[in-house]
Design a binder for this molecule. Structure first.
Ligand code: HSE
Length: 396
């Protein structure tokens, strides 16, 4: 029998409890032994029918040699970091859905796991239910992954969908996302792109093999997305999505950003709405590949976490390689990466033509909207000096 201790009993924690109970027989077969939830670490006592498992001090879990797998579902780094580190040092497997923890401390924690011959697994940290971590870690060894672009935050995709499709206000859509258990405790982590940034860093860590700190990644959220631009882009089959993007550059660095992008009706990133997440990869041998599914919520995230628990129980030691230490010089200056931009200004089409030459004009009227040729952000900013710019979006 494998004994499990769950830290945290919020949205993800309750999803894990439910799945461990509702799928007990199936999980026993797959894991090769029964999975018993021994402890749930909570901050205070309340009534549930398994409240005999509640404990309020982590030491009980840390010092119980029977506990094989610690599931961290607290979120944030304090106290999660100390608890996870202590559990690994005691030789316990750790499963977490905590993207902040993995994005900041993944390198160090995975090394401890390796030393102790246990696993740190974190499928639920990126893309909720979608097995994108397993996909990029296990299934693409015969490839070089040249780029990954993803809708990696359910809350903001839900908000954008509701604002665009149902004309809901930002505040109402956010409130509903909170009620549905999608949003972070502090939803500015969602809205300002911080959560997406952590997740694209984790994917990039795996794909490119070195730890990338989120603070080195240019990050924009959705607060400045304008419905006028959504309407304009719609006329040419486009829409706006908050994406995390990481691409290899010609000088062997990595371009990595989180920002709203104009995407077009030619793939999964355009089609993924509501709480759904999607990640699209360009690889050399396998070609284009995509992952798609529910990116947040109790049972979808719980599903990824429980799968990791089974994998830990089945494992006879550390399963996955550890990515390398941080190399900040690997991150390219995002302003020097050439790409197309969507621009809307209060200036005339003639002025646009004079500065940019031939462009794809999308709207002419009160605002002139256009899509540039490929250029760097530095070049774009030079050309736009003297313009009355309403918005600029990267084009995927
Ligand atoms: N707040 C996150 C999201 C939860 O909306 O995607 C899942 O990581």
């Amino acid at each position: 029998m494998a004994k499990i201790a769950l830290l945290g009993h919020g949205v993800v924690g309750t999803g894990v409890v439910n799945i461990l109970s509702s799928k007990a027989e199936q999980l026993e077969k797959l894991a090769g032994e029964k999975l018993e939830l021994k402890y749930v670490l909570v901050r205070h006592d309340y009534d549930v029918d398994y409240k005999e498992k509640f404990v309020m001090d982590f030491a009980t879990i840390e010092n119980d040699e029977e506990v094989d797998v610690v599931v961290e579902a607290i979120g944030g780094t304090n106290p999660a970091y100390n608890y996870v580190k202590a559990a690994l040092e005691k030789g316990k497997h750790v499963v977490t859905s905590n993207k902040e923890l993995v994005a900041k401390h993944g390198f160090e924690l995975m090394n401890i796991a390796k030393e102790k011959n246990v696993n740190l697994m974190f499928e639920g940290a990126v893309g909720g239910a979608i097995p994108v971590i397993h996909g990029v870690r296990n299934c693409l060894e015969a490839n070089t992954v040249n780029s990954v672009a993803g809708i990696l935050n359910g809350t903001t995709n839900y908000i954008l969908t509701k604002m665009i499709e149902e004309k809901q206000s930002f505040d109402i859509a956010l409130k509903r996302a909170q009620e549905l258990g999608y949003a972070e405790a502090d939803p500015s982590a969602d809205v300002d792109g911080i959560d997406t940034c952590r997740k694209i860093c984790i994917l990039a860590d795996i794909i490119y093999g070195n730890h990338i700190m989120p603070e080195n990644v240019h990050t924009e959220g959705i607060r400045n997305v304008r419905i006028e631009d959504v309407d304009t882009l719609k006329t040419i089959g486009g829409c706006i999505k908050l994406l995390g993007v990481a691409k290899r550059t010609e000088d062997k660095k990595m371009y990595i950003v989180t920002a709203p992008h104009a995407v077009f009706n030619n793939g999964i990133l355009f089609a993924a709405n509501d709480v759904f997440n999607a990640a699209q990869l360009e690889t050399d041998n396998a070609g284009t590949m995509a992952f798609y599914g529910r990116g947040a919520g109790s049972l979808p995230t719980g599903s990824a976490v429980v799968n990791d628990i089974v994998e830990c129980v089945k494992s006879t030691g550390t399963v996955y390689p550890v990515w390398g230490a941080e190399k900040p010089e690997m991150v390219a200056d995002y302003k020097k990466f050439a790409q197309q931009f969507y621009v809307s200004t209060n200036d005339t089409a003639e002025k646009v033509a004079a500065a940019f030459g031939e462009v794809q004009l999308v709207a002419v009227g009160e605002e002139t909207a256009f899509i540039t040729e490929k250029m760097t952000q530095e070049q774009l900013e030079e050309k736009l000096a003297g313009f009355n710019v309403k918005s600029v979006l990267r084009v995927l």
